[in-house]
Design a protein around this ligand. Structure first.
Ligand SMILES: Nc1nc2c(c(=O)[nH]1)N[C@H]1C(S)=C(S)[C@@H](COP(=O)(O)O)O[C@H]1N2
Ligand SMILES: [Mo]
Length: 512
């Protein structure tokens, strides 16, 4: 190997480092944007830690103490760096061997991510993106280095500049992107650990227990209480807003006698109450699943509004989220006797980050877009004639009362069933009014009453079931509900825009 060779090798090693840095940064940054649990570096680290023999772990902990995680990350970075430099040199000597090494590392990241709990299609994106960045970047850097090596003396200066700019620029971008991913991850870690540290007080007014007959226990039927992990999520936030609960405060502003502010600790110290409430999205299609029921723990909003003193003439509260999103809620829905809560708990736990940690609004009887502000930071008492909320500016109505609706959960649409007795079951809801009855119909036959499960409260959905006697052939089953005030479900088919879909849910069954 002559001097030039050694020089080219050194630059190839640097190119390997820069390409690997860009690849890791691409993976980490995309993971940081999508979800904290997707980080390929963390996934690989967890797999290695899990696989480590206990004595090695103990030794590392005794050696590094609480800095064991930092030491582990440094060791991981060192291993990646050695392989990255080697990949650069390999790519110079035996292309595409270096690119293959980078791809193998990406595959290891992919395998690690896939071995973690709670994976989804999204989990594949960060490691794939890392390879999609790393391989072509490495090859492009090496092409420049080879051109430099082969350049005539009068061109060598320009070719050298190409290499310097490429590799140096790549390294700079990698450091910047890596720092960004690291900061956002640090924010996630802070918020997650603050949430883990929250001790929810026992409610002063607990929710009455769920009646024994509320859960029919029919397979395929949604449970009456939706686990938080399965609760639908709708918001405009590309990445989950990370709100530090120790720095969070909620301000009441606008048409009030005095502006008030409440911190998270102050809110937790209030007499909290617990209630079950079904939250629905205005974008839920007939028969859709953008609806869920949870046990919320919180402080009635009316108490905070009373402390501020609402002025004459106000008719709306514009709530604002940390990320700037807004909702317009009719003032009376927040001040009347219903359980409109500043919620801190969901199903006995602090709010999940995705569902508004540390504090969100929940208001019985209204669609989420006009009431259920997550990561809420301000309540501005105002008038509908003066302020317009996020979705109203985009064509949805300024008020959004939930529409009486019902759904067939089982059998699923287009299912095949045996002739004879067929159990159909589903959910019906008319939040803050309650459900009086549900009826089902086969084809154009007569409406027959379904059996209604015990309701939790007028603010929650209720399960229903019916046993139908079906003969062979194709059949259509339709459901409709009547609310506690006697109103019948609207059968006219209307789209979700501008104020929620109407129409009756039907399923087709092949009976044979
Ligand atoms: N900050 C914020 N809060 C929000 C939204 C949003 O986009 N940003 N979407 C609303 C809508 S449209 C609905 S249906 C509910 C959904 O709440 P969930 O994601 O907890 O189910 O949140 C509401 N709160
Ligand atoms: Mo929604």
């Amino acid at each position: 190997m002559n001097g030039t060779d050694r020089f080219l090798s050194l630059w190839s090693a640097a190119a390997g480092l820069a390409a690997a840095g860009l690849a890791v940064a691409a993976g980490e940054l995309s993971a940081a944007l999508l979800s904290p649990s997707l980080s390929p570096v963390s996934a690989v680290g967890s797999v290695v830690i899990d696989a480590m023999p206990a004595p090695v772990k103990d030794w590392a902990i005794s050696l590094f103490g609480t800095a064991d995680k930092a030491a582990f990350l440094v060791a991981m970075a060192a291993v990646i760096a050695v392989f990255a430099a080697a990949a650069g040199i390999l790519e110079l000597r035996r292309p595409p061997a270096g690119a293959v090494v980078v791809a193998l590392f990406g595959t290891a990241g992919l395998a690690a991510v896939l071995s973690r709990p709670q994976i989804s299609v999204l989990s594949l994106l960060p490691p794939l993106l890392a390879v999609a960045v790393g391989v072509p970047v490495l090859r492009a850097f090496l092409a420049r280095i080879r051109r430099w090596g082969a350049a005539a003396p009068d061109e060598a200066g320009a070719r050298r500049r190409d290499v310097l700019l490429g590799v140096g620029g790549g390294a700079g971008v990698a450091v910047a992107a890596g720092a960004l991913a690291g900061t956002s991850r640090a924010g996630q870690i802070t918020t997650v650990s603050l949430r883990d540290g929250v001790v929810l007080p026992a409610p002063v007014t607990p929710a009455p227990p769920i009646p024994a007959g509320a859960e029919l226990g029919i397979s395929g039927l949604d449970p009456v209480l939706t686990p938080a992990a399965e609760f639908y999520r709708i918001d405009t936030a590309l990445s989950v807003p990370l709100v530090n609960s120790e720095q969070w405060s909620l301000a009441v502003t606008g048409m009030v006698d005095r502006e008030v502010e409440i911190s998270f600790a102050e809110l937790l110290a209030k007499p909290l109450q617990e209630s079950y409430m079904t939250l629905a999205c205005v974008s839920n299609e007939v028969g859709g699943s953008l609806i869920g029921n949870a046990k919320w723990l919180g402080w009635p909003v009316r108490n905070l509004l009373a402390a501020a003193g609402v002025r004459e003439g106000a008719d709306m509260v514009l709530s604002t989220s940390r990320d700037g999103w807004t909702a317009s809620t009719p003032l009376e829905a927040l001040t009347d006797s219903r359980d409109a809560l500043l919620a801190v708990g969901m199903n006995g736990e602090p709010l999940p980050l995705e569902h508004g940690f540390p504090v969100r609004l929940v208001v019985p009887g209204l669609y989420g877009y006009v009431s259920a502000t997550k990561w809420v930071t301000e309540l501005k008492v105002t008038r509908f004639s003066e302020e317009t909320a996020y979705w109203t500016e985009r064509g949805w109505t300024e008020r959004g009362p939930v529409k009486l609706s019902s759904r067939i959960d089982t059998p699923s649409d287009r299912a095949s069933v045996e002739p004879g007795a067929v159990t159909v079951a589903g959910m019906a809801w008319a939040q803050h009014t309650g459900i009086r009855g549900v009826q089902v119909r086969v084809d154009d036959g007569r409406w027959q009453d379904a059996e209604l499960a015990s309701g939790i409260s007028v603010d929650t959905w209720v399960q229903w079931s019916a046993v139908l006697d079906l003969g062979s052939g194709d059949h259509v089953v339709t459901v409709r509900a009547v609310d506690a005030a006697g109103a019948e479900q609207d059968g006219d088919v209307r789209p979700v825009v501008p104020d929620g879909a109407t129409g009756l849910h039907t399923i087709r069954l092949a009976v044979r």
